[in-house]
Write a protein that binds this ligand. Structure first.
Ligand SMILES: NC(=O)C1=CN([C@@H]2O[C@H](COP(=O)(O)OP(=O)(O)OC[C@H]3O[C@@H](n4cnc5c(N)ncnc54)[C@H](O)[C@@H]3O)[C@@H](O)[C@H]2O)C=CC1
Ligand SMILES: O=C(O)C(=O)Cc1ccc(O)cc1
Length: 365
């Protein structure tokens, strides 16, 4: 694709889309952020071709505008864009984690000659900022678009062509459906993750060793509690009604398991875990990966000096980039497990071919 692209909001998501588009399309990629330091950082990191000091400067020349700011700010940006004389046929999209309020506002304020299509790449991280952006962030994740019955087919198809570079799986649904689904798999779980951390904190005051012993499962289930509190407050207030309904269902479920434990009802407790396990185990066999773009290779390593260097050297010599590396368990008497994360499936497959003849490797599906 060719044209002028303007990304408004140069954080984790805006930065990642900008990198991906810049890598694939012959376009001029301009970036704007309320925080001018962020714009300059994005320029020095080569995330954008040029800095924009006010939205007016470039919005009027843009063929594609991507709004990648917190959801309440998205409303303010839409109102600002509505005051400008934009190019006829310009496509405006956003990346917000909620859709109904945003799509309704876009329909209300934008003129008819502009095509707005709500968007939500369902992948990311608890990190923020352009410094955490990566061009493969959305690879293999779902990317939801929420056209309305009035959205032109040609605008949807043009946006899909622009976004093909993300190598995500695009799915279309209406904004209400999106908010319901995102509420269940993303918004509500963020509340639970943070409440588990708060729960531990209550006991930690009397028993400080809790913080040291919190490991494995607790860390996995609460990783997202380290996300940006401002971003998540905005999301919950946008999806307020849906979230409130889910509280009812959740409380009911908690009451039921509490009751089963109170009655020492082994069968009911067993079924609670069994049922959850069965549904959870189905996730990994389904195509596409929502909310995660990690390509991990697990390697059994002896706990001896030089092993890490050996593995990273092999990968470096073969020009395979590592996005993360972590020793999961390392004790003197047993093998440790190294988790090495890659940008994409191809890198993981290549790494596995190189490492598996030397050490035992695993790929968890
Ligand atoms: N973080 C994640 O994993 C995901 C986030 N999202 C959505 O993407 C959007 C952006 O999130 P992140 O990139 O994570 O946040 P971020 O905090 O990394 O970046 C947001 C950027 O927007 C800028 N900004 C704020 N208000 C602005 C305004 N009025 N005009 C211009 N710039 C403004 C901030 O200075 C910041 O640089 C949010 O709507 C969020 O719901 C969607 C998918 C995943
Ligand atoms: O860190 C994680 O796993 C996330 O949950 C990332 C995320 C955050 C917000 C979204 O709207 C979608 C994905």
């Amino acid at each position: 694709m060719e044209g002028n692209v303007l990304v408004i909001g140069l954080g984790l998501i805006g930065g990642s889309i900008a990198l991906s588009i810049k890598d694939e399309h012959k376009c001029k990629l301009m970036g704007y952020d309320l925080n001018q330091d962020r714009v300059r950082l994005a320029k020095s990191l080569n995330v954008i071709d040029d800095c924009v000091m006010t939205i007016e400067d470039e919005a009027q020349a843009a063929d594609l505008i991507i709004i990648a700011v917190p959801v309440t700010e998205t409303i303010a940006v839409l109102r600002e864009l509505a005051k400008l004389k934009l190019k006829s046929g310009v496509i405006i999209t956003d990346v917000g984690s909620t859709k109904k309020v945003i799509v309704d506002e876009a329909c209300n304020v934008l003129p008819d000659y502009v095509d707005f299509i709500g968007g939500h790449p369902m992948a990311g991280s608890h990190k923020s900022g352009v410094e955490a952006a990566k061009k493969d962030l959305f690879e293999n994740a779902f990317y939801v678009l929420t056209p309305t019955p009035h959205t032109s087919e040609s605008a949807i198809s043009t946006l899909e062509k622009w976004l093909a570079c993300t190598r995500s799986t695009i799915v279309k649904m209406n904004a209400e459906e999106h908010d319901h689904v995102a509420g269940v798999v993303s918004h509500f779980p963020h509340i639970i993750a943070s409440s588990l951390v708060e729960h531990a904190e209550i006991y930690h005051q009397e028993t400080p060793i809790i913080q040291d012993l919190a490991a494995g499962g607790f860390k996995d289930i609460t990783r997202i509690a380290s996300s940006n509190p401002k971003m998540w407050s905005d999301i919950l207030l946008h999806n307020r009604e849906g979230i409130l309904q889910q509280f009812e269902v959740w409380m009911d479920q908690m009451n039921r398991i509490q009751e089963s434990i109170r009655n020492s009802s082994r069968d009911e407790i067993y079924h609670f875990f069994e049922h959850a396990k069965e549904f959870r185990d189905e996730f990994s066999t389904r195509k596409g990966r929502a909310l995660a773009t990690y390509f991990d290779l697990f390697i059994d390593i002896p706990d001896s000096p030089g092993v890490l260097a050996e593995i990273t050297n092999i990968l470096a010599k073969n020009e395979i980039n590592i996005t993360n590396i972590e020793i999961i368990e390392s004790r003197e008497d047993i093998y440790g497990v190294l988790r090495v994360s890659f940008r994409n499936e191809n890198d993981r497959v290549r790494a596995n071919k190189l490492i598996s003849p030397i050490y035992e490797t695993y790929i968890l599906q």
